[in-house]
Every structure is written in C-alpha cells, then in structure tokens.
Design a binder for this molecule. Structure first.
Ligand code: GKR
Ligand code: MG
Length: 425
C-alpha cells in the first residue's frame, strides 16, 4: 500500500466564550483535518489543534510522505524526525508544539487507513479492546453568555436543557452547578472536571464544594487551575478540598512546584502541563511531581507513543487519565479507540465535545450513553467524514479571521489591558 495524496483542511468550529487561565475562548476553535489517501483509494483521517504554524509544518511534511507505505510507521517517524524543528510547549493551558501534533495527525490517519484496509477497528491494531465502552467526564467551564460562532448563534430563548445551559453564563458556583446538572442530564457523565484558573481561588473552591453538595459523595470531582496558582495558594485550597477531589490537576507551574504541593497534600496531583513529553519523564521520577499523567495522543505524538506512556505509568506507579482540547468527532473517535486499548487507563477521560456538539463533521456523530462512547464496530476509527460538513467548517475558517488560538486577545476585547500571567494568585 502506498500514500497517494494527503489533504490538509483547516476548519473553524463554533466555540462558546469559555474562560480559563489564559483568557477567553474565541467564537471559533481551530482544528486541522488531515486525510491520507492510499493508491487504491482508501481514506484515513486525523485531527489536531489548528493554527497556521501547525498547518505549515503539516504541509511541509505531507509532500515528503507521498509514496510512503502507511504500514511503515517507523519509516514515517524517521521522515518526520528529520524535518522537525525545535518547538516548545509554552506557558498556555494548551500545548503549542507543532511537530508532535503533526506526528499524531499523520499516525492517526495511517491507522485509520490501515484499519479500513484490513477491516479491523484501530483498537484491534493497538492490541485489542480491553473495554467496549469508554467513559468520559463532564467538563465544566466558567463562561459568559453565548454558544459560539459569530452569525446565527445568538441567544435562543426557547432552548432548554443542555442547549440552554450551553448558552447561559456561568460565573459563580450556582452557575457552575446549573451547568453541571444540564450536562450530566444530557450525557450521563459519571464524573466532573471544573476548569479553574479563571476567578479568585475561593470562588473555584466554593464551586467544587457546591458541586459536592449538589451531586453527593459518589460523583468524582476534579479541579484544574492550569498552573496559575502560587504554591501557598494551591496548598491552602487543596487543604480546603481534602477528601473532596478525585484529583487536583496542575494547581501550580512546573515539576518542582507540583512536587512541593504533592508532598503537602493527600489528594493525588495530575498533570497535562508539567509532564507532557518523554523528555519530562526523568524529571517526573526525580521530583515525584504528580501521581497521575493525563495522556493526549495529540501532543504525545500518536497512538504508539501514548501506549508507551501507559507502560511507563504502569511500571512507575503513575495513574493514567486522558486530556482533551476543543475537538470534533475524528479526535473523539481516536481518543475512544486508544482508550479502549489502554488497559491501565483508570479514570474517565476528558472531553470538550459537548461544547462543540451539533457542529461535528461526521455523517453520524458519536453519541454518549451513560457518559460513555461505545467502541464503534466499523473498521479504522469507525467513523465516516461528511465532506459537505467539512467544507462548511472550512468556509468558517476562511471567514473567521483567526489564524492561531489566542485567548488573551479575546479576553482583551471585553477587558481592555487584560494580560495573561503565568502565576496570578
Ligand atoms: O479549553 O480552555 C481550555 C483548556 O484550558 C484547555 O486549553 C486545556 O488544554 O483542557 C485543558 C487542560 O486540561 O488543561
Ligand atoms: Mg489540564
């Protein structure tokens, strides 16, 4: 089998005004969709966070992969490694490295292609499914009113349930509880993560306590301030939340600070910010910076790298969970296939998908039942891309005026002069 074509399509998907440590989500989230077509006409799909730097890296790579055999992933890795430029994760909540994302997009699309060629789901190619249903967690955000997109997504006063909650502001503990109830009622999630780092720590602690009150002791709760708290703030908040959190995600910045907080608390610390690459693992072991690593095939470099990370976690006693960023159904399918084939993934995975639900590019979007996605039976990723919807989301990209994610500039539109601070409270 040979790669005949690689198509790269930037898309923009309506995204609500969600708040985080770096500012505010823009009306559109950017994604890059990669289609790899084999000489015999089979198409494999991949999806990664968007932006012109990742797109340039992908395009540069794509032309060198034409003619390669998609089964020869080690050869493809070597081609990518030879092209890769040094890049850095950056201080933002999300990972800005272009090259690991490129590697992931290509590998995922190759797996989809191979799975379709041999008529087996990707999970089978990764060693076989150890679970048929992959559980996800509700992902709450403090937010302003609005459901994303510039045209046609104004307030709909007739909306109810999750559709209304997605539009409603959530700026205090009561708003967060209302959002959680609507999201859990709609999708059946069995655990909850709150994106923190947006307001004074006491508001976020109060929101977690309000969630505990509203959902009782059987609902696991997580809080993620995206590393914007000082060590003393994080320890004080962690003590207030003792016995309440399933895990405490990136309260502070860097492995050394995480290790200090970890030693002061009984609650396990988790990260998708201080240990995000294989080069970070020796430091993680030396410092004991976290108890749980949130894997993410987009920034660990694909499925095989994620399984290697899983093996590390099993050997060195780390728990393993899964991180997400705003995403569409190709990424959701890839996360589901990988999670299904990862024996020691022992927490419900993150997903932003409810914030994008209704705007997907799949012919038949994946659906959450009781908070979980059933592993699709169809080969490859188990999904079909609707080319018309893809073209519509591409048109939105061409007209949205965004070329990179920039939550700080978006925040400045409503709070002139607002600046991102790596450590704020
Ligand atoms: O979507 O605003 C967001 C999150 O802050 C995201 O960018 C992070 O990457 O979800 C992420 C996290 O867990 O840190
Ligand atoms: Mg996080």
């Amino acid at each position: 089998m040979r790669i005949r074509d690689i198509h790269i399509t930037p898309v923009a998907v309506p995204d609500p005004p969600l708040l985080n440590a770096a500012g505010l989500h823009a009306p559109y989230a950017l994604r890059l969709i990669v289609e790899i077509v084999s000489a015999d006409g089979i198409a494999g799909w991949g999806e990664i966070p968007g932006g012109e730097s990742a797109r340039a890296a992908l395009e540069h790579t794509a032309e060198r992969l034409i003619g390669c055999d998609p089964w020869q992933l080690n050869t493809i890795d070597a081609v990518l490694s030879a092209l890769a430029q040094p890049d850095e994760r950056g201080a933002n909540p999300w990972d800005q490295r272009a090259w690991v994302h490129v590697k992931s997009a290509i590998e995922v699309a190759c797996y989809d292609l191979i799975g379709k060629a041999v008529e087996r789901p990707v999970a089978d190619l990764l060693g076989g499914a150890v679970r048929e249903r992959v559980p996800f967690a509700a992902y709450l955000f403090f937010k302003h009113a609005g459901a994303g997109g510039v045209h046609g997504f104004g307030r709909d006063d007739s909306a109810s349930g999750w559709a209304a909650a997605r539009q409603a502001p959530a700026l205090d503990p009561a708003g967060i509880v209302a959002q959680a109830k609507a999201m859990v009622a709609q999708y059946g999630f069995k655990s909850i993560k709150l994106k923190g780092g947006a307001f004074e720590p006491q508001v976020e602690v109060a929101s977690i306590l309000a969630l505990r009150e509203a959902f009782g002791n059987d609902m696991p709760l997580r809080l993620d301030p995206n590393a914007i708290w000082r060590v003393d703030t994080a320890i004080a908040a962690g003590k207030q939340l003792a016995g309440v959190l399933e895990y405490y995600e990136d309260p502070v910045r860097g492995q050394e600070n995480m290790a200090i907080v970890a030693r002061a608390l009984d609650t396990p610390l988790a990260t998708n910010m201080c240990t995000t690459s294989f080069a970070d693992l020796p430091g993680s072991l030396r410092q004991q910076s976290e108890a749980i690593i949130l894997s993410d095939h987009h920034f660990w470099g694909g499925f095989r790298a994620s399984l290697q990370l899983a093996r590390f976690c099993a050997v060195f006693g780390r728990g393993l969970s899964m991180h997400s960023n705003s995403h569409l159904g190709i990424s959701l399918a890839a996360m589901t296939q990988l999670a299904a084939a990862t024996p020691n993934l022992n927490f419900d995975c993150d997903t932003h998908y409810p914030w994008q639900d209704g705007h997907d590019l799949l012919t038949q979007p994946l659906a959450f039942e009781e908070g979980a996605i059933a592993l699709p039976a169809a080969p490859g990723l188990g999904i079909e891309v609707d080319r018309e919807k893809l073209a519509q989301l591409h048109q939105k990209y061409l007209h949205c005026g965004l070329s990179e994610r920039d939550d700080e500039s978006e925040m400045q539109k409503i709070q002139p002069g607002w600046r991102f601070q790596p450590t704020r409270w």
